[in-house]
Design a protein around this ligand. Structure first.
Ligand SMILES: Cc1ncc(Cc2csc(CCOP(=O)(O)OP(=O)(O)O)c2C)c(N)n1
Ligand SMILES: [Mg+2]
Length: 542
């Protein structure tokens, strides 16, 4: 019989995990030893737990399986909270494994180091940001608890919390038998699919609007097939940017309300049968709508249920709904829409002019057209709005939860788990938070290309409070620091320098490449300007 640590590691691998990300401490050292010595999953350490969480998140988003973060009790696990909360908000299947005090030390009457209020305070905190929590303090129960937690992590596409007392890691433990996904009622699914198809057929302007859950559930190809079958155009939400790329779908583009393409906005907001698949009804997706979308006339398939106006069908997995619609659907009486997606911007002039954010999108699109597609990972800031105009191999970004600090570690997690080299976009403010994780690249064999949007300030905040002085961050000279961190740094001031440096950096492998793009103070992307105007308009409305 194996021990509990090996049973847990085997189960993680069986459920699709491809790597462990962690930062050890005494409560989790025994598990780290098994993780490293067993080699069941590669173990990558980072320098601060937010980076551990974002790296696990990036791996999960890119590969679809669970991302795994392994930390010590208290100071470690509570450092992870923001990353886990963001994963919960954006439906990322994350597994948090926290070491914890053993039974004897729990009962010795002393306050333990890393303890906050009580020894169960941490569990209480993680109850709020995970869909399931288990404490492995009994080896007989452990296999069933692990199986339940991992099944819920994947079926709900949300983080789960596993607390592992350090005196349990060597306990003899039976292997974990994976549980089947939750059952559903085929008849209810068929009835729901027929009602959705009837509504679409009766509409003058049916439209599909897709969100991030269709990627988490691995059904993008089925959505594209449905759009082609029914001859219905598709738009993505802000969070869904990058979905259905290369899926041969009649893609209109990304819905950004008043901040986006007017054609796409009109198509979404004037649709009389909006079928929303995997869409979060969030302010970032709908907060800048030109006019309020009539949700009563729309259909929402999210979180395993389908809402049609005032009807709710519970327990309808999105893949089952799509399969039933593909079985029963037929072309609606419409001409097949041609994808209207606005072409991405190309052709940045390679001259001596100062660089604007929009130039960075053009330069990246020009360079990737030559070098080949790369996964894009963006932090929050104007780099995110600029990334919406980039043609990458999908875009990973916390577009709804909107936490800074995501970009660099998430890109490292993506490369660690998949081997693919990412292009990371990050502002100077966000780089100050977690950009230093690049110092782990040399020993881990990672070599991302990182573009730092250096406008020497918190520009997104300046957009709302131009008079503020506290948004000025000064010039941190990131490129000059790159060699000390084991990479190559380039500081570029003109469009010509940007184009040449980007081509050079994409060619250079084996060391991270940091391109510090100097942006004039106050320079904003057109999308950010429209987004700010939209938010202001929304706030001004009675
Ligand atoms: C963890 C966290 N703390 C604060 C904030 C609030 C914020 C949102 S945007 C922003 C400024 C970002 O500055 P940066 O230089 O990175 O990018 P740019 O605006 O283009 O200049 C802040 C402080 C968020 N979102 N997350
Ligand atoms: Mg900035």
């Amino acid at each position: 019989m194996k021990n509990l640590s090996i049973a847990l590691l085997d189960a993680l691998k069986q459920h699709g995990a491809r790597a462990l990300f962690g930062l050890p401490g005494d409560f989790v050292l025994p598990f780290f030893r098994h993780a490293e010595q067993s080699g069941i999953l590669p173990l990558h350490t980072l320098s601060h737990e937010p980076g551990v969480g974002f790296a696990a998140d990036g791996a999960a988003r890119y590969l679809g399986g669970p991302g795994v973060a392994v930390v010590t009790y208290g100071a470690g696990a509570l450092n992870l909270v923001n990353a886990v909360a963001g994963a919960y908000a954006e439906k990322v299947p994350l597994v948090v494994i926290s070491g914890a005090p053993g039974a004897l030390e729990r009962g010795n009457g002393l306050l333990l180091h890393h303890q906050s209020r009580t020894l169960d305070s941490q569990l209480a905190i993680f109850r709020e940001i995970t869909c399931d929590q288990v404490v492995l303090d009994d080896a007989r129960q452990a296999p069933a608890l692990i199986a339940r937690a991992l099944r819920n992590c994947l079926s709900q596409s949300r983080p789960v919390y596993i607390e592992l007392p350090r005196d349990m890691v060597d306990a003899p433990c039976a292997p974990v038998t994976p549980l089947p996904p939750p059952a559903w009622d085929a008849e209810a699914v068929q009835a729901c699919a027929r009602e959705v198809l009837r509504r679409l057929a009766a509409a003058a302007n049916p439209l599909l609007l897709v969100g991030i859950e269709i990627r988490r559930c691995g059904v993008e190809h089925k959505v594209a097939e449905l759009a082609r079958l029914l001859r219905i155009p598709v738009a993505t939400t802000l969070m869904g940017r990058g979905l259905l790329v290369n899926q041969d779908a009649p893609l209109l583009g990304t819905y950004l309300g008043v901040a986006g393409d007017a054609e796409v906005t009109r198509a979404v907001e004037e649709s009389d049968a909006l079928l929303m698949l995997g869409v979060l009804l969030s302010d970032t997706n709908f907060g800048v709508s030109a006019r309020k979308i009539d949700l009563r006339g729309s259909i929402l398939a999210l979180d395993g249920q389908v809402t049609l106006g005032h009807h709710v069908y519970p327990a309808i997995p999105i893949e089952a709904l799509l399969d039933a619609m593909l079985d029963e659907g037929a072309p609606l009486d419409r001409t097949a829409p041609q994808g209207l997606a606005q072409p991405a911007p190309y052709g940045m002039p390679e001259d001596g002019a100062a660089i604007a954010p929009g130039d960075i999108a053009r330069a990246v699109n020009d360079a990737l057209r030559l070098a080949g597609p790369m996964p894009l990972v963006s932090d929050i800031g104007d780099c995110f709005f600029t990334a919406l105009d980039m043609q990458g191999e999908g875009l990973l970004a916390p577009g709804y939860y909107a936490t800074m600090g995501y970009g660099v570690p998430a890109g490292l997690g993506l490369q660690a788990a998949s081997g693919r080299r990412p292009l990371i976009l990050v502002g100077d403010g966000a780089f100050q938070m977690t950009g230093w994780e690049l110092g782990n690249c040399a020993r881990s064999g990672w070599d991302p290309v990182v573009i730092v949007f250096n406008n020497q300030g918190w520009e997104m905040l300046r957009a709302f409070q131009p008079e503020a002085r506290y948004t000025d961050l000064g010039d941190w000279r990131f490129a000059a620091m790159a060699p000390m961190l084991g990479g190559d740094g380039y500081r570029v001031q003109t469009r010509g320098e940007l184009a040449r440096t980007l081509r050079h950096a994409l060619d250079k492998r084996g060391r991270f490449q940091l391109i510090e793009v100097m942006l004039p103070r106050g320079a904003q992307s057109a999308t950010l300007e429209r987004f700010v105007a939209g938010v202001r308009r929304g706030q001004a409305r009675p």
